[in-house]
Design a binder for this molecule. Structure first.
Ligand SMILES: Cc1cc2nc3c(=O)[nH]c(=O)nc-3n(C[C@H](O)[C@H](O)[C@H](O)COP(=O)(O)OP(=O)(O)OC[C@H]3O[C@@H](n4cnc5c(N)ncnc54)[C@H](O)[C@@H]3O)c2cc1C
Ligand code: SF4
Length: 461
C-alpha cells in the first residue's frame, strides 16, 4: 500500500520522433509485464476511489489494479476490466486520462497518478495474447435490436445486448465498421487492427454486420422498426464546422474529417481522392483541439513541407490533451497562438496561397467559463499556405428519417433523449455524439452501455 513512496510513475516508452513520423503505427509501446505489475502496485486502494467515479464507465479500477499488483491474477484483472468496459484496450489507448481517471487519482497530488490507461491496455493485450476473450451469452432470448452506426456508442450497445442474448443487427454506411475509431482517429493513436478485432468478436457472438448500408437511403427507417424490437441510433455528429470567411471553399481547403478520412482510406487502399495531397506543401491547420493535433501529425506523416497550427487563444487555453499537443510539437508542428483567420488568399486559378490573419488578445470577459478573445486593431499578418485544414469542431448532420419519424432534435441539432437514453419515439434510443454533441469515445461507450441496459429493462429481459 505504500509502494508509491518507493516506486515512481513510469510512462510507456514512445517510439523516437524520427521513426514514428514515417508510419501510422501507434507511437506508444505496451508496458512490459513486470512494469505493469509494479505500476499497479502503486495504487493505494482508496476507500472512495475518485478514479472510478471520474471514469464515465465507472470502471472497477482499484479492483483490477489490485488483481494485477498484489494478486498477480491476470485472468481476474481481464474479467473485471471487461465487465464494465465494452473495449478496455481501446479506451486505454484513446482516453485523455489526465482529464479523467488519472486526473482524479489521489496520488496525482504530489506523487504522480497511477498509469491507469497504460495498465488498462496491458491487461487486455496480455489476456488476449494468452487466449482470453470477452464472454457473450450462449443462449438467445428471441428479441432483436437494430443498431444504426458502428462507432463506439453502437459497439457498446451491441456488446451489452449480445451479452444478454439479444440478436443485434448493425448497419453502417461506410465500408468498414468502427465509426471515428476507424475513419477519424489516426492509426498513430489507435491501430485499425485493434478496432477490427473487437468488431470480429461481436460477429463471432452472432452480430449481423451490414456495412455500406445507409439507413434512410438503402433501407428505410420504418422497415427497421418492423423488423426489430428496438432501435439504437449511434449516428455521430458528422458535419464539420468552418470559419465562415471569404474563400473558405477554395481549391486547397478541406475539413479535418474529410482530410483524415481520405488519408485513412489511402492507408486501407480503398478508393480515395488523390487531389488531396499535402506532400511538399505548406499546410495550415485552423483550430487548437485534439482533431487539429491529429491533422498536424497526419500532414507531417504525409510529407508536408511545413505544418502550422493557427489557434485563436493562447497556449494555456488550448482545449485538447496536453499529451497530444506535446506529441505534435515533438513531431515538428509549429504553433501560432492568438491568431484568427480573416480570409483565405487565392491565386488567379482559385487555389489557396495563404491566409490573412488577425492578432487577438485574451479578454477579461468570459463565455461559458472560458476567457473570450478580442481582435487587436492593426494586428493583421499573412501566413503562406498551399493547404488549409479546418479543425473547428463538428455538428450533427441529421438524416431526414429523424423528423419523418417524429424523433425530436434540439436547437443544436442534437437528438433529444431522456436520462434513460430514450428518444421521443417509443422503442428508439440514442447515444454518443448524435445525442450529446461531440465528446469522447468513453462518453459514447458509456451512453451505448446505458442505452443497452435500458433496452433490456424495457424489453423485460
Ligand atoms: C479526428 C478526431 C479525433 C478524435 N480523437 C479522439 C481521442 O483521441 N479520444 C477520444 O476519446 N475521442 C476522440 N474523438 C471523439 C470520438 O471519436 C467521438 O466522440 C466518438 O467516436 C463518438 O462515437 P459515436 O459512436 O457517437 O459516433 P461515430 O464514431 O461518429 O460513429 C457514427 C457512425 O454512424 C455512421 N452513420 C451515420 N449515419 C448513418 C446512417 N444513416 N446509416 C448507417 N450508418 C450511419 C457513421 O458512418 C459512423 O460510422 C475524436 C474525434 C475526431 C473527429
Ligand atoms: S475508460 Fe478511460 S477514464 Fe475510464 S479507466 Fe479507462 S482510461 Fe480511465
Amino acid at each position: 500500500m505504500q509502494n508509491f513512496l518507493t516506486i515512481d510513475r513510469i510512462e510507456p516508452q514512445k517510439r523516437s520522433q524520427l521513426e514514428r513520423t514515417k508510419d501510422y503505427k501507434e507511437i506508444y509501446e505496451l508496458l512490459q509485464k513486470n512494469d505493469m505489475k509494479e505500476q499497479a502496485s502503486r495504487c493505494i486502494q482508496c476507500g472512495n476511489p475518485f478514479c472510478h467515479n471520474k471514469c464515465p464507465l465507472h470502471n472497477l479500477i482499484p479492483f483490477w489494479l489490485k488483481a494485477v499488483g498484489s494478486k498477480c491474477d491476470m485472468d481476474l484483472a481481464f474479467a473485471l476490466s471487461n465487465e464494465t468496459n465494452p473495449f478496455p484496450e481501446i479506451t486505454g489507448r484513446v482516453c485523455p486520462q489526465e482529464r479523467l481517471c488519472e486526473g482524479d487519482c489521489s496520488l496525482s497530488d504530489g506523487y504522480k497518478a497511477v498509469t491507469i490507461g497504460a495498465i488498462e491496455i496491458a491487461i487486455s493485450e496480455d489476456g488476449i495474447r494468452n487466449g482470453l476473450k470477452p464472454r457473450f451469452a450462449q443462449k438467445k432470448v428471441g428479441k432483436s435490436v437494430a443498431v444504426i452506426g458502428s462507432g463506439p456508442a453502437s459497439i457498446a450497445t451491441a456488446t451489452y445486448l449480445l451479452r444478454a442474448g439479444v440478436d443485434v443487427s448493425m448497419y453502417e454506411k461506410q465500408n468498414r465498421a468502427g465509426g471515428l475509431l476507424t475513419y477519424g482517429i489516426p492509426g498513430f493513436k489507435i491501430e485499425k487492427e485493434i478496432v477490427a478485432r473487437r468488431i470480429e468478436w461481436l460477429k463471432e457472438a452472432g452480430m449481423e454486420l451490414k456495412t455500406g448500408i445507409k439507413i434512410g437511403e438503402d433501407i428505410s427507417f420504418s422497415e427497421l422498426t418492423n423488423l426489430h424490437n428496438a432501435i439504437f441510433l449511434g449516428i455521430g455528429a458528422e458535419q464539420s464546422n468552418k470559419a465562415n470567411i471569404i474563400n473558405e471553399n477554395a481549391k486547397g481547403t478541406i475539413t479535418a474529417i474529410d482530410f483524415l478520412r481520405n488519408i485513412q482510406k489511402k492507408q486501407f487502399k480503398e478508393n480515395f481522392d488523390n487531389s488531396i495531397d499535402v506532400a511538399n506543401k505548406n499546410v495550415a491547420v485552423i483550430g487548437g483541439g485534439d482533431t487539429a493535433m491529429d491533422c498536424l501529425r497526419t500532414a507531417i506523416r504525409e510529407g508536408a513541407k511545413s505544418v502550422t497550427c493557427l489557434y485563436r487563444r493562447d497556449k494555456f487555453n488550448m482545449p485538447g490533451s496536453k499529451k497530444e499537443f506535446k506529441n505534435a510539437l515533438d513531431e515538428g508542428a509549429t504553433f501560432v497562438y492568438n491568431a484568427v483567420p480573416k480570409d483565405i488568399i487565392i491565386n488567379s486559378e482559385g487555389s489557396v496561397i495563404g491566409i490573412n490573419m488577425q492578432k487577438t488578445i485574451m479578454s477579461n470577459a468570459t463565455i461559458g467559463g472560458r476567457q473570450s478573445v478580442e481582435i487587436v486593431k492593426g494586428g493583421d499578418f499573412k501566413v503562406d499556405a498551399d493547404v488549409v485544414i479546418f479543425a473547428l469542431g463538428f455538428s450533427p448532420d441529421n438524416p431526414m428519417f429523424l423528423s419523418e419519424n417524429g424523433i425530436e432534435v434540439n436547437n443544436r441539432g442534437v437528438i433529444v433523449v431522456d436520462s434513460k437514453h430514450r428518444t421521443s419515439k417509443a422503442g428508439v434510443y440514442a447515444g454518443g455524439d448524435c445525442a450529446r454533441g461531440t465528446a469522447l469515445v468513453v462518453n459514447a461507450a458509456a451512453d451505448g452501455k446505458a442505452a443497452a441496459l435500458q433496452i433490456l429493462r424495457d424489453l423485460s429481459l
